[in-house]
Design a binder for this molecule. Structure first.
Ligand code: FES
Length: 159
């Protein structure tokens, strides 16, 4: 984990993604912001790739280019599909969305396939950080710059 000084200075943060169980997420800190790192399963990726899901999204193709580096402007908004890295700050007014990976929970409805839910004004994002239509958040969550140093090391803040 980064030192306190590194967190404050905004220095790059390194992380070993292989330590993350499939379907699990951890929160790191970079530039004093929460950064979610999620290891997505094949089931998660398949569910997000359905036309019936994509039509519910405001920017399914990541056309708003301020929201991710060019190398993450792809269907799953990542360098490698399995690992999703995103700044955990809602693009409405800056609350921290909650990680809600469960399918069809009672409070989010039968069509919920897993995603992020913002408790402040109910914005919803999928597990690629893509915002749903009809919620207050205007854009997808922001993917920070990052790169793979190896199969067991991701550096966030450079890339
Ligand atoms: S801050 Fe997230 S919906 Fe308003």
């Amino acid at each position: 984990m980064p030192s306190e000084r590194a967190k404050v200075s905004g220095a790059p943060v390194r992380f070993d993604p292989s330590k993350l169980e499939p379907g699990r997420q951890i929160t790191l800190e970079w530039h004093s912001k929460p950064v979610f790192v999620l290891r997505r399963t094949t089931e998660i990726l398949q569910a997000m790739d359905q036309p019936s899901h994509l039509q519910k999204l405001r920017d399914p193709d990541s056309r708003v280019d301020t929201q991710q580096p060019a190398y993450a402007a792809n269907p799953f908004r990542s360098i490698r599909d399995e690992f999703f890295i995103v700044i955990g700050i809602c693009t409405h007014l800056g609350c921290i969305p909650t990680f809600r990976p469960e399918v069809a929970p009672e409070d989010l409805g039968t069509e919920w396939i897993g995603g992020y839910f913002c408790p402040c004004h109910s914005s919803k994002f999928d597990l690629a950080g893509r915002v749903f239509k009809g919620v207050p958040a205007p854009t997808n969550l922001v993917v920070p710059p990052y790169r793979y140093l190896s199969g067991t090391s991701i550096e966030i803040g450079v890339g």
